[in-house]
Design a protein around this ligand. Structure first.
Ligand SMILES: [Zn+2]
Length: 617
């Protein structure tokens, strides 16, 4: 019996198309494409959906600002997104616009399937258009949304609600058991603590008036338009035929993985699965949650003027160079900083001096000394084991979405290839021991075939070009045949940093401005202390109130660690405290200092027990 190919369905988040794509989008597109192409290497049938979220109030607002119709705005920016995706070699199979007829019909179908959980009520709440969400008081800092640094609007109207509260237990089980797998673990814990904290029903419609008539009409009620988060995620389904082509839908749904940014985790890990459960549909299998790209440590934002257009990066440095850097330098799970200088260094060091150099050395040697034909010989055991080992490591890392580590495995195989070539000195053996020289080149050819295949998901067009020159296609068991006529090519050339004006932040935040004199740093009073008591903050969801023993004195600190650590994990932990920080009221509780933690909330601790009050220098 012929074994049917396994299917793999992956999606990018569906971006709001209210402005041009930036490098944060590019990161996600490249990550998603890399995972998809990896599954193609595994010989699966892969399908990638992306698209445009066009039904948001943000778009309505942006159109008003630009003085064009909403349709015109969506056409314009959807087009720009699509262009950027193509430029980045995103191999999407569907680009679904949420204003399209089939999506509207599919979303009305979804609504009807959920009808037992939908009811109408009067509602009053604080709405952040940036988030496209109602926020609770506890999510605000000084009355402003943290993510958008803006005060939300007070909205009061009659809306439809979804009985999210019905699904709390089920969601908890699904997430805890990894039936809905959330990667990385820290994000899984974040969602679990949110779900366990209790789920409230949420509004899934808005008045036609507030929506300015734009969006998916609620079936059977002309006065209401669907809340954008109710219909937007349904793009993942309508792109594969939901509500239109049952056969196509059955073939691809459920999604194997949704790739999303950390800012929209709640919608994907809580709202979306609850909606699907209510509708009696299958849930996606996994969420891969990536961090954000920062620029010189700052969030990308229009107001900071540090938005970098990915198209210009591709134009300056090349598609694969840009793709390689994004995956290699930016951690898949945490925030990562973008720097053109680092891009250039990474590319020159690894793509040029390592991979491209090896490829050219081997192919040009064969061209020159064996008239372009791969010599007949046999595969060395050591080489075969090395390729196997690196390929297994690579597969494991990619299946865990550790894209940067998988890429490292691939490029380190190339490094081994260079060592092998260097140690076996074919330029000497070609005269003294032809047989040995043939063996070296045969094995080196297998190495460059393996490296190029492993690199294929990351730098698809260059890897394809390389493999074509070897007469083969990307595959995890790529072998170059003896006697095959190959071509010598130079895949990459050194690049130089081309840091022109437009790529620089408008508000120039250069290194010099970020530096502080040593004298200033010395003023920071860092001391070791032990946490002696942990309490919940009386008035904030994410904050804990800690008592810390600093030897000669005790301090009270308020820290955003709830959900990251359990109180018992914190108790007796030694921490590093900034002692001479001005004290601050945090939602009514005094905080006298700050403890040091990594950006994911992991607390910095001394490696062994230290006397409380010891200075850190
Ligand atoms: Zn917001």
């Amino acid at each position: 019996m012929v074994k049917l190919k396994e299917k793999f369905y992956i999606t990018t988040a569906i971006p709001y198309v209210n402005s041009e794509p930036h490098i944060g989008h590019a990161l996600e597109f490249v990550q998603t494409d890399t995972i998809k192409r990896f599954h193609e290497l595994l010989k699966e049938n892969a399908f990638l959906t992306t698209g445009a979220d066009e039904n948001s109030l943000k778009n309505v607002q942006a159109a008003e600002e630009e003085g064009i119709s909403i349709k015109q705005l969506c056409d314009k920016y959807s087009g720009k997104f699509k262009t950027t995706m193509k430029l980045l070699d995103l191999s999407f199979n569907s680009f679904m616009r949420s204003s399209s007829k089939e999506h509207v019909a599919g979303s009305q179908k979804l609504w009807k399937l959920c009808s037992k959980d939908i009811y109408k009520k009067m509602y009053k709440g604080l709405y952040c258009i940036g988030c496209e969400a109602f926020l609770t008081e506890s999510e605000l800092v000084d009355g402003r949304c943290l993510e958008h640094n803006k005060a939300p609007d007070l909205i009061e109207e009659e809306n439809y609600f979804f009985r999210l509260s019905n699904y709390q237990k089920q969601l908890e089980e699904l997430i805890e058991s990894d039936k809905l797998k959330i990667v990385p673990e820290s994000r899984k814990n974040e969602v679990l603590s949110l779900v366990k904290g209790g789920l409230e029903d949420f509004s899934i419609s808005r008045s036609r008036k507030r929506a300015k008539g734009w969006g998916v009409p609620v079936p059977g009620d002309d006065s209401q338009i669907m809340y954008v988060w109710f219909d937007a995620l349904n793009v993942y389904q309508t792109a594969v035929g939901f509500g239109k082509d049952e056969r196509l839908y059955k073939r691809w749904w459920p999604a194997d993985v949704h790739v999303i940014g950390k800012g929209i985790l709640r919608f994907h890990a809580v709202y979306w699965p609850a909606i699907l459960l209510s509708a009696g549909l299958q849930l996606p299998k996994a969420l891969f949650v990536h961090g954000y790209i920062t620029i010189n440590g700052n969030k990308i934002s229009k107001s900071l003027g540090n938005v970098i257009n990915p198209d210009s990066m591709v134009e300056k440095y090349g598609i694969d160079q840009f793709r390689y850097y994004l995956i290699r330098n930016v951690s898949p799970f945490n925030d990562g900083d973008f720097s053109e200088q680092q891009l250039v260094e990474r590319v020159n060091e690894e793509l040029v001096s390592n991979y491209s150099n090896l490829f050219y050395r081997v192919t040009s040697f064969i061209e020159k000394n064996f008239s372009g034909k791969v010599p007949k010989s046999e595969l060395d055991n050591e080489i075969s084991e090395l390729i196997k080992e690196k390929t297994n490591e690579y597969k494991k890392k990619l299946s865990e979405f550790r894209l940067n580590e998988a890429l490292e495995a691939a490029i380190s195989l190339s490094g081994e290839g260079n060592n092998y070539f260097q140690q076996n000195k074919p330029w000497a053996t070609v005269k003294s021991n032809k047989k040995l020289c043939e063996k070296t080149l045969f094995n080196a050819a297998q190495l460059i075939a393996a490296v190029s295949s492993l690199l294929y998901p990351f730098i698809p067009s260059s890897a394809e070009k390389a493999l074509k020159a070897l007469g083969i296609k990307p595959s995890l068991d790529a072998k170059v045949k003896a006697g095959e006529k190959i071509k010598a090519i130079m895949l990459f050339k050194n690049i130089e940093a081309d840091i022109r004006k437009e790529a620089e932040p408008i508000e120039k935040i250069n290194l010099a401005d970020n530096m502080i004199p040593f004298k200033e740093f010395q003023k920071v009073d860092l001391r070791i202390g032990t946490i002696t008591n942990v309490d919940d903050h009386p008035d904030a969801d994410k904050l804990l109130v800690l008592q810390v023993d600093l030897g000669e004195e005790k301090r009270q600190l308020v820290a955003g660690l709830k959900g990251i650590y359990k109180p018992e994990e914190l108790l007796k932990k030694q921490v590093i405290v900034v002692c001479n920080l001005e004290s601050k009221e945090m939602r009514g509780v005094k905080s006298e200092g700050m403890l040091l933690a990594a950006e994911d909330g992991t607390i910095l601790e001394p490696g062994k027990q230290v006397k409380n009050g010891s200075r850190v220098m």
